[in-house]
Design a protein around this ligand. Structure first.
Ligand SMILES: Cc1cc2nc3c(=O)[nH]c(=O)nc-3n(C[C@H](O)[C@H](O)[C@H](O)COP(=O)(O)OP(=O)(O)OC[C@H]3O[C@@H](n4cnc5c(N)ncnc54)[C@H](O)[C@@H]3O)c2cc1C
Length: 367
């Protein structure tokens, strides 16, 4: 019997398991497939709270706090696992192709600036000094020098190694088929490899968290939102910075790939790449960087973002079920939010206090 059982071996489950173990708790982590084999390896790895969140509030605060944790988090994992995670916090640009887009972006720039964030408003010429491959069509945009990206697949690999070194019991290829309850308290799970018992069970099963809650007749709204995404070769296309526009984003990675994304479409749990999806992703980014027309295509893939009904993650206890918590629903930002999720969930498990989780508690969806 472990102190903690974490269900789901994506970026969230791995990060939470690692943090709990560092704090001296015994931890078992269960994954039905391969470590990080779902949304977490499908992601583009961008760390971009100022781009992602449309207004001030708890999501932006959470995202900014997580971004601040990243350099130390990445360094620690690199040291523990002896592997580079290719963190790059060298800035990104969000660009407008016309006056209407420019007005919208400018409004965002103003509140971000007033709130003290590190952002600059640049015209097209100034943006092309930051990123010479930007199209002449770009008229203006926001430069955010402190945001960036990471190689999420390397990060996942490092987390698995770090968990192993830390002593987390890692069970992959093990499907959770039921939640075990005794006298109104969750005591673990039933799996295809037999029962697993723990004092505290944390569901971190991504897009499947809603299904898992149904095992207790709880209607917590988590649904899969497919992202179709592609990679091209950076040979001959020496991009310097991440570029966002209304119809797509372009992320030059350190491994010689340029990752281009992504659709947001709902097809249940299907994660195939469709021709329509691929066409919209590729056509979406050409107006920003015309040089991409000549890029060599490498691969395309799909993943299922775990989306909640209000767009905010689910962090903390499941009311009415002692011993059970959720860590999920991170939608487009699970890579960004992994270090802060691990920290806040471990704080909660250690102290039983939920005051720093208030905006994200699962209770908001339950009567
Ligand atoms: C195309 C795309 C691009 C993205 N880009 C970014 C980005 O740039 N930046 C960013 O921050 N985020 C990005 N995201 C979002 C990010 O990938 C997700 O928010 C994050 O991966 C969610 O992590 P997770 O661990 O909750 O889910 P997952 O990675 O899906 O992990 C959940 C795990 O639970 C397991 N599981 C489910 N049911 C069971 C069961 N019954 N028994 C055992 N195991 C089970 C699954 O097999 C899975 O491995 C992107 C997502 C997509 C799809």
């Amino acid at each position: 019997m472990s102190d903690c059982l974490v269900v789901g071996g994506g970026i969230i489950g791995l990060s939470v398991a690692y943090e709990l173990s560092k704090r001296g708790l015994s931890v078992t982590l269960v994954e039905q497939g391969e470590w990080g084999g779902q949304a977490s390896s499908a992601a583009a790895g961008m760390l971009a709270p100022l781009k992602e969140f449309a207004s001030m509030g708890p999501m932006l605060d959470l995202g900014m706090e997580s971004l601040r944790l990243y350099p130390q988090w990445a360094q620690e994992l690199e040291e523990r696992a002896a592997g580079d995670v290719q963190l790059s916090l060298e800035g990104l640009v969000t660009v407008a192709l016309n006056d209407a887009e420019s007005e919208q972006l400018k409004a965002k720039f103003h509140w971000q600036k007033e709130a003290g964030h590190d952002v600059r408003w640049l015209d097209g010429k100034e943006l092309r000094e930051v990123e010479p491959l930007l199209s002449e069509q770009v008229v203006a945009g926001i430069h955010s020098p402190g945001e960036g990206h990471i190689n999420n697949r390397l990060l996942l690999r490092s987390l698995v190694t770090a968990c192993r070194i830390q002593g987390v019991q890692l069970l992959s290829g093990c499907v959770v088929s039921g939640i075990a309850v005794k006298a109104g308290r969750v005591i673990g799970v039933e799996t295809t490899s037999g029962p697993i018992r723990a004092e505290h069970t944390i569901i971190a099963s991504g897009a499947w968290a809603g299904i898992m809650m149904q095992m207790l007749d709880l209607a917590i709204p988590v649904r899969p939102v497919r992202g179709q995404i592609a990679a091209v070769s950076s040979v001959g296309i020496p991009l310097r910075t991440v570029i966002f526009g209304t119809s797509g984003y372009i992320t030059p990675k350190k491994d010689g790939k340029i990752v281009i994304g992504a659709t947001e479409d709902e097809s249940g749990f299907q994660r195939e790449v469709t021709l329509a999806g691929l066409a919209s992703v590729l056509n979406g980014v050409m107006p920003y960087v015309p040089a991409l027309h000549a890029a060599a295509f490498l691969e395309a893939w799909g993943g299922l973002r775990p989306a909640t009904a209000d767009g905010k993650p689910l962090l903390g206890p499941v009311p009415g079920w002692e011993g059970l918590s959720l860590a999920g629903g991170h939608f487009r930002n699970g890579i960004l939010l992994s270090p802060i999720t691990a920290k806040r969930m471990a704080d909660y498990v250690e102290s039983g206090r939920v005051d720093r989780l208030e905006a994200f508690l699962p209770s908001r969806f339950l009567p």
